[in-house]
Design a protein around this ligand. Structure first.
Ligand code: KIV
Ligand code: ZN
Length: 525
């Protein structure tokens, strides 16, 4: 069963740029926010919460600019329950074709205690601030922060006040990720039953993921009558994050048989947005993250790979192309069979004769023994190696020793094979990685600029593999080099060398500046 026009519409409210960006370390630049907003708008997000205009000049400017550029989405600005915040939010969103003010106050006992307001005083404040917002803007959202820990009678009372004061959307935040699906549904049902006027407004659900239930809680709220889900790309957000947009949207699509609702999201844009948000926020998506994780559509075990090759529906409940992934991503590992290898190589453009395939298969098995997962690039290199006799890598790290510790400068001692000839050097640096990179630079002088250097632990624990990625730019050509090793410094140097090898290849294939043109979306729109 597919979503269709007769089904109830669930509005998608994206707060990546507000609640998501609030996450420590996830700060985005002005231009990055504009880019993400424009992608969200294009994807069909109904409401974009673009920021908290009173919070800073930067937030104000971003919300104003996003409002001016908005095409289809409603643009929303957050405001606390005071006139100054609300006026500032309105100043920022008023340029949008469809503006919204979102004002909130913490209504649970713990939150009421902070401004030290009695229940009656808070009720009065809600009446005044929502009325004020509604006098400025037709579209007002009100949130009782920490709603799921607010006494039910009081919650019903304040929601009624907000509706009477003119709120058009009532958002029910599970601010600390405390609720669970049955309770989330029960609260929405209770409000719909008990609050006069509840049937004339939209109820929204805003869940945090502290107990890992944000998606389930949001969907349960929808089943109970909520018609707006608040969420972020990749589940970005404080602590354990917010409800992930991609999860609720794809759940509504895949399980439309039991969740007969439709959204306006073009799901094929999900993957691109996920990658952009990950890059600009610096928050890496965990490999096993639902929908957008690197492994979400990968099948490693022989049985799974065989099944997927025969009928993709055996192990996939959605198609990679539904979220904008074009290539089939069967990851190759030591359990992969010949059929999977042949299919993968075909996908990569190699149609090998049986005897060639046999040779490659033997080498692939040897590689898979050393490496848990064999990626496309590994296979491309392996086949190229097989066909052209070691034409791939100009630079190979043969040996590395570093001296690190509290007393600098740190030292590195390296043997680097360049075009088959070993070269030995030592160098110092500001830390062992810097010292090792200096060795490479001295042996292989180049103009490439290191734009990004990222290290991620694949697993927990001090013996974890580090995956390192570097982005190098040389005369407008941009390449990414990657590597993984249990030794972070070795992984770093191998990634650096991998990038340099790719630059060697690119020099012969592209004109300077080509990559800058193709990645111009990273520049200011
Ligand atoms: O989690 C929360 O309560 C919020 C409110 C500001 C809506 O983000
Ligand atoms: Zn929140």
């Amino acid at each position: 069963m597919a979503q269709n026009d007769s089904q109830d519409r669930v509005f998608i409210f994206d707060t990546t740029l507000r609640d998501g960006e609030q996450s420590p370390g996830a700060t985005m630049t002005h231009n990055e926010k504009l880019e993400i907003a424009s992608l969200l708008d294009e994807m069909g997000v109904d409401v974009i919460e673009a920021g908290f205009p009173i919070a800073s000049e930067g937030d104000f400017n971003a919300v104003s600019e996003i409002s001016k550029r908005s095409v289809n989405s409603t643009i929303c600005g957050l405001a606390r329950a005071n006139f100054k915040d609300i006026d500032r939010a309105w100043e920022a969103v008023k340029h949008a074709k469809s503006p919204r003010i979102h004002t909130f106050i913490g209504t649970s006992p713990l939150h009421r205690a902070i401004p030290n307001l009695t229940m009656d005083e808070m009720a009065e404040r809600i009446h005044q601030t929502v009325t004020h917002a509604r006098n400025l803007c037709d579209n007002v959202q009100w949130s009782p922060m920490d709603a799921t820990r607010t006494e039910h009678d009081y919650l019903c009372r304040v929601v009624e006040i907000a509706i009477k004061a003119g709120a058009t959307t009532i958002n029910i935040p599970d601010t600390v990720g405390y609720t669970y699906p049955m309770e989330s549904a029960k609260i929405i049902r209770m409000l719909l039953e008990r609050v006069p006027g509840a049937d004339e407004i939209i109820f929204a659900t805003h869940c945090h993921n502290d107990l890992g239930m944000a998606t389930a809680n949001s969907l349960a709220a929808v089943e109970a009558g909520a018609r707006q889900i608040e969420c972020t790309i990749n589940g970005l957000g404080e602590r354990a994050g917010n409800t992930a947009l991609e999860e609720v949207v794809m759940a509504l699509r895949v399980r439309n048989d039991i969740l007969p609702f439709r959204t306006g999201i073009d799901t094929t844009k999900i993957m691109h947005l996920s990658r952009r948000v990950s890059t600009v926020s610096g928050f890496v998506v965990q490999p096993n993250k639902a929908i957008v994780g690197k492994n979400a559509f990968l099948h490693e075990s022989g049985i799974h790979q065989d099944g997927v090759l025969k009928n993709v529906e055996t192990f996939e409940i959605m198609r990679p192309e539904d979220i904008g992934l074009t290539a089939k991503n069967i990851v190759m590992g030591k359990h992969s069979g010949r059929a999977a290898l042949r299919s993968k190589l075909k996908e990569l453009g190699f149609d090998l004769a049986d005897n060639q395939l046999n040779d490659v298969f033997v080498r692939f098995k040897a590689l898979a023994d050393r490496k848990k997962e064999v990626y496309d690039e590994d296979l491309v290199a392996l086949v190229a190696d097989e066909q052209t006799n070691d034409a791939y890598d100009t630079l190979v790290l043969k040996k590395l020793r570093v001296i690190s510790g509290t007393d600098g400068p740190q030292e590195a001692d390296m043997i680097l094979t360049i075009d088959g000839v070993d070269h030995h050097i030592d160098a110092t640096g500001d830390g062992p990685v810097d010292a090792a990179f200096n060795c490479v630079k001295q042996l292989w002088p180049h103009q490439a600029r290191l734009q990004v250097y990222q290290v991620h632990a694949v697993t927990q624990g001090t013996d974890a593999q580090a995956t390192v990625s570097v982005r190098l730019e040389e005369e407008g050509r941009i390449v990414t080099g990657t590597s993984a090793d249990t030794d972070t410094i070795v992984a770093s140097v191998k990634a650096y060398i991998n990038g340099l090898n790719r630059l060697v290849v690119r020099r012969t294939k592209s004109a300077p500046g080509d990559d800058l043109k193709s990645v111009s979306y990273t520049d200011a729109p």
